[in-house]
Design a protein around this ligand. Structure first.
Ligand SMILES: Cc1ncc(COP(=O)(O)O)c(C=O)c1O
Length: 449
C-alpha cells in the first residue's frame, strides 16, 4: 500500500499499538471501509478479516442490527451523568447480560473496554475482602504469557516481561504461575501437563499463605501465549483450589466471551464457572468501546448498605455504562441469542479446526489449538526438531497482507477468529488465503530441513 507524504509524517507523530512505526511503514495498512467479514484499504483493496479486528467484530463489521440500535439511541440520549444517575438502556444492558451469564454472575458493572474491566475486578475483589472480614487478602495470582490489559494493575497481572520491563517497578502483590503449555514437553500427555500446572497453582497459593491471596486471574484461552487452551479438568482443579482457600476466581473473557468458544462464555465451554467474568472487545462487535465486570450476585451484600457505612464500590469511569455503548451491547447480545450463534460457533469451529489441520501437510505446523471459532496455528522449522519458526511468521506478516488477509501473527504462531456470521464457504476462502500466504512466506524464508 502506498502512503502519501502527509500520512507518513502523521504516522511518525503517533503510535501503533505495540508495533514499531518504522516496521509498520514497511508494510502499512490504512483501512477506509469495513463490512461483514471484510476491510477495504484506501486504495480499494479488499482484506478478509480473519481476526475480527482483534477478536472484536463478533458479528462482523457494521452489522445492520447494531448500526440501527446506535442510530435509534442517538435520537434519544448518548450520555447520562455518571455521578447523578444512569439511563434506562444501561439497565436494559445489565438485565440482558445478566440473563446470559452462567450461574448467578449477574452483579454487573459496564465499562469501556477490557483493561477497565480487569482493573476494576481486581479493585473490587480487594475491597470485597476488606468488607467481609479478610483484609489481609490482597495478592493476585495470574499466569506468565497472559495479557490482561495495559493499565498498571492489568499490566502487573499480565505475564510478558517484554511488555512490562520498560515500566518497572511493577505494583507489588502480583504473583505468577505457569500455564499447562509450559510443561507440555515434560509430560507424556497434555492431560498430565494440565494436572501438574493446576497442582502448581495450588502449591503457590499454599506457599504464599492463602490468607494473603485475593484472587486468581486467568484467560480461559491465553491469546498472547499462542491460543493456549487448557483442559476442562485444569479449570475444575483451579476452581476447587480457589474454593478450598477462599480465593476469588476471575476469568478474563475479553476474547473468549460472546459465543466464540461455542457457549456464551468460555466458563460454560470448560464446565467451571468462576466468581467473576471480565468482558470487553466483542461485547460491542467493535462498534463502540464497551466492557463489563460480572460478579456473583451474592457479592453485592458486601457493597450495599447505608451511605454512612461507605461500603459502595469506590470506583468509576466517566464513560462506564454509556447509553450509546449499552444500546450496542443489547443489540449484540440479542443477535447472538436469537440466532443461536453459540451453537453455530461449535459447529463451524469444528469445521475450521479440520480445515486448519490440512495445513500440516506443509511440514511447518506443529499444533492447531483453540476451541470453537478461535484457533491458533503453531509454526515450527520442521516436524523433527519442533523448533519455533519466527522468521516464517515475520514473512507471513507481509505475504498475508499482500494476499488480502488479516491474521494475528506473533511470529511463531498465528491465530484466526473470524466473525460468527461466517459460513463454511467463508472458512474455505479464509483457509485458502492462509495456505497461499504461508507458501509465499516459505518461498521468502526457504523451508528448513
Ligand atoms: C485477554 C485480554 N484482556 C484484556 C485486554 C485489554 O483490553 P483493552 O485493550 O480493551 O483494554 C485484552 C486486549 O487485548 C485482552 O486480550
Amino acid at each position: 500500500m502506498k502512503l502519501t507524504s502527509r500520512q507518513e509524517r502523521l504516522l511518525k507523530l503517533t503510535f501503533i499499538d505495540f508495533v514499531q512505526v518504522s516496521e509498520f511503514l514497511e508494510a502499512p495498512l490504512i483501512v477506509d471501509k469495513a463490512e461483514g467479514l471484510y476491510y477495504w484499504d484506501q486504495s480499494g483493496k479488499r482484506y478478509f478479516d480473519a481476526i475480527g479486528g482483534i477478536y472484536v467484530a463478533v458479528l462482523g463489521h457494521r452489522h445492520p442490527r447494531v448500526m440501527e440500535a446506535m442510530r435509534r439511541q442517538m435520537e434519544k440520549i448518548t450520555f447520562a451523568p455518571p455521578l447523578h444517575g444512569t439511563s434506562n438502556v444501561t439497565l436494559d444492558f445489565i438485565e440482558r447480560l445478566g440473563a446470559v451469564t452462567p450461574e448467578n454472575l449477574n452483579y454487573i458493572k459496564p465499562f469501556s473496554g477490557g483493561s477497565e474491566s480487569t482493573e476494576a475486578a481486581m479493585k473490587f475483589v480487594r475491597q470485597y475482602f476488606k468488607q467481609t472480614g479478610h483484609p489481609g487478602k490482597y495478592k493476585f495470582i495470574s499466569f506468565y504469557q497472559a495479557y490482561h490489559g495495559a493499565t498498571f494493575g492489568a499490566m502487573a497481572a499480565s505475564g510478558w516481561g517484554k511488555r512490562k520491563a520498560k515500566f518497572e517497578p511493577q505494583m507489588n502483590g502480583f504473583i505468577k504461575a505457569f500455564l499447562p503449555h509450559h510443561f507440555r514437553d515434560v509430560f507424556s500427555s497434555w492431560d498430565e501437563a494440565n494436572r501438574f500446572a493446576a497442582k502448581m497453582a495450588e502449591d503457590i497459593m499454599i506457599n504464599e499463605d492463602p490468607d494473603t491471596i485475593a484472587a486468581v486471574l486467568i484467560e480461559p484461552i491465553c491469546n498472547t501465549g499462542g491460543i493456549i487452551t487448557p483442559t476442562d479438568e485444569f479449570f475444575s482443579m483451579l476452581k476447587e483450589s480457589c474454593r478450598r482457600h477462599n480465593i476469588i476466581l476471575i476469568y478474563d473473557e475479553v476474547i473468549t466471551g460472546y459465543a466464540r468458544t461455542g457457549n456464551m462464555f468460555a466458563a460454560q465451554s470448560f464446565g467451571a464457572v468462576p466468581d467473576i467474568i471480565c468482558a470487553g472487545k466483542g461485547l460491542s462487535s467493535g462498534a463502540i468501546p464497551l466492557g463489563a465486570m460480572m460478579a456473583r450476585e451474592d457479592m453485592k451484600d458486601a457493597f450495599f448498605g447505608m451511605p454512612e457505612d461507605e461500603i459502595q464500590f469506590a470506583h468509576g469511569h466517566t464513560f462506564a455504562g454509556n447509553p450509546l455503548a449499552c444500546a450496542v451491547g443489547v443489540a449484540v447480545l440479542d443477535e447472538i441469542v436469537e440466532n443461536k450463534l453459540d451453537v453455530k460457533a461449535r459447529r463451524l469451529g469444528d469445521y475450521l479446526a479440520k480445515k486448519l489441520e490440512g495445513l500440516k501437510t506443509l511440514g511447518v505446523v506443529r499444533e492447531i489449538r483453540g476451541r470453537g471459532m478461535i484457533r491458533g496455528v503453531e509454526l515450527v522449522r520442521n516436524m523433527q526438531s519442533l523448533e519455533p519458526f519466527p522468521e516464517l511468521g515475520m514473512a507471513l506478516k507481509k505475504t498475508s497482507l499482500d494476499n488480502g488477509i488479516i491474521l494475528r501473527i506473533n511470529p511463531d504462531w498465528f491465530a484466526v477468529a473470524p466473525a460468527l456470521i461466517a459460513d463454511e464457504s467463508d472458512i474455505d476462502e479464509m483457509v485458502e488465503l492462509i495456505e497461499k500466504s504461508l507458501k509465499d512466506a516459505l518461498k521468502v524464508v526457504g523451508k528448513p530441513r
